[in-house]
Design a protein around this ligand. Structure first.
Ligand code: MN
Length: 284
């Protein structure tokens, strides 16, 4: 079996096994548990499996914002269960930093739910108390910024519109500040031009592999996936979309993906709630 190598803020996956990618829970506990249950079940069967999150576990709706697909904010429970999962599977479960976690380390304090009141970071830290806040800051400090795979796919929290940084700048970037390469990986909703994407992929070349596809979360795609590009794709696993559209990406790390058309429904694109999406359960 292979193993993940880590160079500062960069994770590099092996060319074998399967990788499940899920992102952007924003305190939606049932979705998080569903992903974890799937992972545990398959690990118990002895699969060579990895689970990669792309951050934004925290900050959910205020009580008066709960309606429709927005469930109560269970961020504190998600973080507890995430810590337990990371402890149980240190070589198999990883997370990238989201902009909402970055706010707890020194990045901009997000105002997704607490706009006009305070901010999401302060609200959660008050809820957690001082000692627990210190623990979750330590947890977030351990997150990576980018995950690279030999199959041609790179992962980040947001659209990776990196401009001038080198790979070693990104590997060494401090997470407790709002430095440019960090902000360029945590905030854009799309890479704005083909040239910018080419430049990012060139920067992310590692071990002879230049990424061909960027996969990220951050934005909310109501249908679970934004397929507007062959080279970059948003996956929505949880927050603010109907259960029937909640989506995981699952890759075979031993193969090569040339463009997003290689992501097939039911193979790479896996419904979180297949029984709601397809009217029947999938085998796993
Ligand atoms: Mn985000």
């Amino acid at each position: 079996m292979g193993e993940i190598r880590r160079y500062g803020n960069i994770l590099v996956y092996p060319a074998q096994g399967r990788l499940i990618f899920a992102t952007d829970f924003h305190g939606q506990l049932a979705d998080f548990r569903r992903v974890v249950a799937r992972f545990r079940k398959r690990m118990a069967r002895g699969e060579d499996l990895y689970l990669l999150f792309a951050g934004d576990f925290v900050h959910g709706p205020r009580s008066n914002q709960i309606r429709g697909w927005l469930k109560a904010d269970d961020s504190p429970t998600i973080l507890r269960e995430l810590e337990a999962l990371l402890e149980e599977f240190p070589d198999r479960v990883q997370s990238l930093l989201g902009n909402h976690e970055h706010g707890h380390l020194g990045g901009p304090k997000t105002q997704k739910f607490y706009r006009g009141i305070e901010d999401d970071v302060t609200a959660l830290e008050e809820r957690l108390g001082a000692s627990r806040t210190a623990e979750i800051r330590a947890l977030f400090s351990s997150f990576a910024l980018v995950a690279l795979t030999p199959c041609g796919v790179m992962f980040s929290h947001a659209a990776p519109g990196v401009s001038e940084a080198t790979l070693s700048d990104i590997a060494a970037a401090r997470l407790d500040r709002a430095e440019r390469p960090v902000m360029e990986l945590l905030w854009p909703r799309v890479v704005s031009s083909p040239e910018r994407l080419d430049a990012t992929f060139a920067i992310m070349k590692f071990g002879g592999v230049t990424p061909r596809i960027a996969v990220y979360g951050h934005d909310v795609v109501p249908t679970g996936i934004d397929r507007n590009s062959y080279r970059q794709v948003v996956i929505s696993t949880s927050f603010a979309i109907p259960d029937r559209h909640k989506l995981l990406l699952e890759l075979d790390l031993s193969r090569q993906y040339e463009d997003t058309l290689d992501f097939r429904e039911g193979v790479e694109l896996v419904h979180l709630y297949p029984e709601k999406a397809l009217g029947r359960p999938l085998p796993v």
